[in-house]
Ligand binder design. Structure first.
Ligand code: BGC
Length: 833
């Protein structure tokens, strides 16, 4: 598209600016936004800017042609419902005005461009009803031109009534112009509205490092969403898991932007393959819940670009999400929903995002300022929003051209929606098939953290004593907008009960089930396990499984104290008493960690034999746990966040969560493993870590530089153990510090093997795109690949490197130039090497 030239321009200036958002014919900076696929990427494209139908049909349009396509003709055809069809052949340089045979009823107006050889290269289709333009995908700008100020003011304010019960919101319908209302709903782990399927959390899905699996779940969620009559699902969450106490870590993918981008891209593609829309959230810098509605994330421009925006940037380019939600917080002193630098400068001008931006529910900032920043839709709308907009227009506080752009973005999204396109909706969720997808996916997301002397898998027929309130009150997912009303739930006890391979010992579970059944609360409930009780259980069973659970919730961060990041006294006693009793009989103990974020493990992990992190696995938790404990499925996940030894080892522990006005992003670019590896801080479990029931060896690691500046890594993984399994191989890069200081290593690619049988090998080929290698040079406002020696490593985690290769880049490459945007007035205090 960028090679095209506009050969005909019949438009008023206002509409040109509006059209520019859609056609990309505005001045493009050199940026990855150029990679976004256009709706019509052929050699020619119409953008219709106005249509009026009375005794004449007048149409204004731009025609963009790629070089070589010039010299053809434009044919305008108007087909009335009754009356006769009229046709006019125009030179592309002529004006389109033809007689109107009869404007009553529905009329279709078609513009077609035919090249000099008679091939039809492009076509635009518009609709009018009784002389009034109606919404079609090609007729967005003429519809905006036909809207009154009142209609525009209503369109940019979301509605909450009338909507489907439980749905999060929707858009305003304007019947006279054929604009329906569309409905949006949460959230990342399945539909919040109605009875549906609770899938593994986004954190779990990402722990699988399996983009096919994530896309499969995304597709199932898209189908559920359609089946509930919803147009856009408010997911995936993709803020960075910057701190282990982050209250919504379970809704987010990872501490790493590249892994986040790959997971989110797979999720969005899966959802959108059904015709449903996805909504990336929360854009941007919303890495904590405490004071999320007021605090300003004080972050250096480099960290903002490299860590907190990069995953959004890559996902916009790779997955073309239909919408993005701005966040509650401020970034460097401005609320994101009124932040022109962020929403217009970066998102639209640099990345060429053409979809809908909606604000998070009830976020701060005046509706007029939201419009002026191109936060298109205010969610939910307030009764007086429309009046504010109209008054703002009259008083010059609302920019009329920007209001039109916002309306155009909303209409573009509506025109793509399932409701508008007549995709089959409201069919009811396919529980049978989707519950099985949820179960299979959950088992693939578990991370085996410890497995001494092959404690797991449990042999067929093993009898299991189970402990911990989470065994009965299993936490399927987090609370808040990310929660789901599942059609069924299988807790861990029942999952083991359902298993044909392992058997639950009733004595042990009974106290938990009995007490839990009487407890009204879910999170704070907890039962003591005495030494004596544990001994009785050890006599009657072959092995012990202890569940440690935490329920995280939107709106709150976790706490570094007992009962949250730390075990509480009863939990510590339970682990000690059970371990002593079972070990005294030569029996083993496994701990299942059922939390939305890492917890402290170093003080107790030596007491037990195996630890499995099950995160928030969704409604089929118990069945999935039983499959993995019994070895029916090998655990195939790896950590997406570093597990620190103690909370005070985390890089910005004394700056989190800051205060009501400021959250200093003290760790700067050194988030997660970038910090621990660079500053030599030992961790409990590194990023990218996870065991299998078998072992793997890495060999034949190579890196090849491609002509386009990308690299291709290849590495062979061999299963050297006795059972089958899948391995996630990671490629890290250590960049030269010729211009900028750099973290010790950064993830630049990864791949997961298929199920490898013992003795079998697979050679993985991993593309490393320039995006994965760029650094942001604040002084030059540019993304660069610096000059110097790059060391690439093949690794099984950020803490375990198997092979290295170096490549020298001789010249500094400027990958794209941008502008200094969202920069702090004064650099916040931050870590330096
Ligand atoms: C959350 C969003 C959610 C919205 C609508 C907000 O409180 O931050 O993630 O999509 O509510 O429910």
């Amino acid at each position: 598209m960028n090679k095209r030239i506009t050969v005909l321009l019949l438009s008023i200036m206002l509409l040109i600016s509006c059209a520019a958002c859609f056609t990309g014919c505005n001045k493009k900076e050199k940026s990855p936004g150029n990679a976004i696929p256009e709706d019509n990427d052929g050699p020619a494209k119409f953008t219709v800017t106005a249509l009026s139908v009375s005794d004449k049909i007048k149409i204004s349009y731009m025609l963009e042609l790629e070089p070589g396509a010039e010299g053809g003709k434009v044919v305008v055809t108007a087909k009335p419902q009754k009356g006769k069809t009229v046709k006019a052949t125009l030179s592309p340089y002529g004006s389109a005005e033809i007689d109107c045979p009869d404007k009553a009823g529905v009329m279709t107006v078609t513009l077609a461009y035919t090249d000099k050889n008679g091939n039809e290269l492009t076509k635009a289709e518009l609709k009018a009803k009784d002389g009034l333009i109606q919404l079609t995908p090609d007729g967005i700008l003429p519809v905006v031109a036909a809207m009154t100020d009142e209609e525009k003011a209503h369109l940019i304010t979301g509605v909450s009534e009338p909507l489907k019960p439980g749905a999060s919101g929707g858009t305003y319908a304007i019947e006279r112009l054929g604009i329906p209302s569309i409905t949006v709903n949460d959230g990342p782990a399945g539909m919040r509205y109605g009875t549906t399927v609770w899938y593994p959390s986004v954190m779990n899905l990402t722990s699988s490092w399996d983009t096919e699996l994530i896309a499969k779940v995304g597709k199932a969620i898209g189908e559920d969403s359609l089946a509930q009559g919803i147009d856009i699902i408010l997911a995936p969450g993709m803020n960075i898991q910057k701190n282990v106490l982050g209250g919504r870590n379970f809704e987010y993918c990872s501490e790493d932007p590249l892994l986040t981008a790959f997971a989110a891209t797979a999720y969005v593609k899966g959802v959108q393959s059904t015709g449903e829309g996805a909504c990336l959230k929360h854009f941007a810098g919303n890495e904590q819940e405490t004071w999320r509605g007021s605090a300003s994330s004080a972050v250096t421009e480099r960290a903002l670009r490299e860590i907190y925006l990069k995953q959004f940037q890559m996902t916009v380019a790779a997955a073309s999400p239909i919408s993005i939600m701005s966040s509650y917080n401020q970034v460097n002193g401005t609320y994101t929903s009124i932040n022109k630098d962020l929403l217009t400068g970066i998102l639209r001008d640099e990345w060429h995002f053409r979809g809908l931006v909606m604000s998070d529910w009830g976020s701060a900032g005046a509706v007029e300022d939201k419009v002026n920043a191109q936060n298109d839709l205010k969610m939910p709308g307030d009764a007086d929003d429309a009046e504010h907009i109209i008054a703002g227009l009259a008083e010059g506080r609302v920019d009329a051209a920007t209001l039109d752009i916002c309306c155009a973005h909303i209409l573009y999204t509506i025109a793509k929606s399932p409701t508008f396109r007549g995709i089959k909706m409201n069919t009811g969720v396919d529980f049978d098939a989707h519950n099985r997808i949820a179960e299979e996916a959950a088992a693939d997301t578990f991370v085996l953290l410890k497995n001494d002397n092959s404690t797991l898998p449990l042999k067929k027929g093993t009898t299991v004593a189970i402990f911990g309130n989470g065994s009965y009150q299993t936490v399927y997912g987090g609370d808040g907008s990310g929660s789901v009303s599942p059609n069924e739930t299988v807790n861990i006890m029942n999952g083991i009960r359902n298993s044909a391979d392992i058997t639950l010992i009733e004595d042990a579970y009974n106290i938990f089930e009995r007490c839990a059944a009487h407890s009204k609360t879910n999170s704070k409930f907890d039962i003591a396990v005495s030494a004596e009780y544990a001994k009785g259980c050890a006599d009657n069973s072959d092995t012990a499984v202890i569940v440690i659970s935490r329920k995280a919730c939107e709106g709150e961060d976790n706490s570094p104290t007992e009962g949250d990041f730390l075990l509480n006294e009863r939990e510590s006693d339970m682990i000690r008493n059970v371990s002593e009793a079972f070990h005294a009989k030569g029996k083993k103990v496994t701990v299942l960690i059922n939390t939305g974020s890492p917890i402290e493990v170093c003080s107790w992990r030596d007491l037990v034999d195996a630890i499995l992190f099950i995160g928030y696995p969704g409604q089929e938790a118990g069945n999935a746990v039983a499959s993995v404990l019994s070895g029916k499925v090998a655990p195939g996940g790896k950590t997406v966040m570093t597990w620190p030894k103690v909370y005070s080892d985390t890089p910005a522990y004394d700056h989190f969560p800051g205060n009501s006005s400021k959250a200093v992003y003290y760790e700067d670019i050194y988030v997660g493993y970038r910090y621990y590896n660079t500053f030599g801080v030992e961790v409990a479990y590194p990023f990218g870590y996870g065991l299998s029931y078998t072992q793997f060896e890495y060999s034949d690691f190579s890196i090849t530089e491609n002509a386009d500046g990308s690299f291709t890594a290849a590495v062979t993984v061999t299963n050297t153990g006795n059972t089958s399994g899948r391995e996630i191989a990671q490629i890290y890069v250590s960049k030269p510090e010729t211009t900028l200081e750099q973290p010790a290593l950064e993830l630049c690619g990864f791949a997961k093997t298929g199920l490898l049988q013992p003795g079998k090998s697979e050679t993985l080929t991993i593309e490393i795109t320039p995006d994965a290698l760029t650094s942001y040079d604040t002084r030059g406002s540019r993304y660069i690949i610096d000059r110097g020696v790059y060391t690439f490593s093949a690794a099984s985690s950020a803490g375990s490197i198997h092979a290295e290769q170096t490549v020298e880049v001789k010249e500094l490459r400027v990958v794209y130039d941008v502008e200094n945007r969202c920069a702090p007035a004064k650099e916040p205090e931050h870590i330096k090497k």
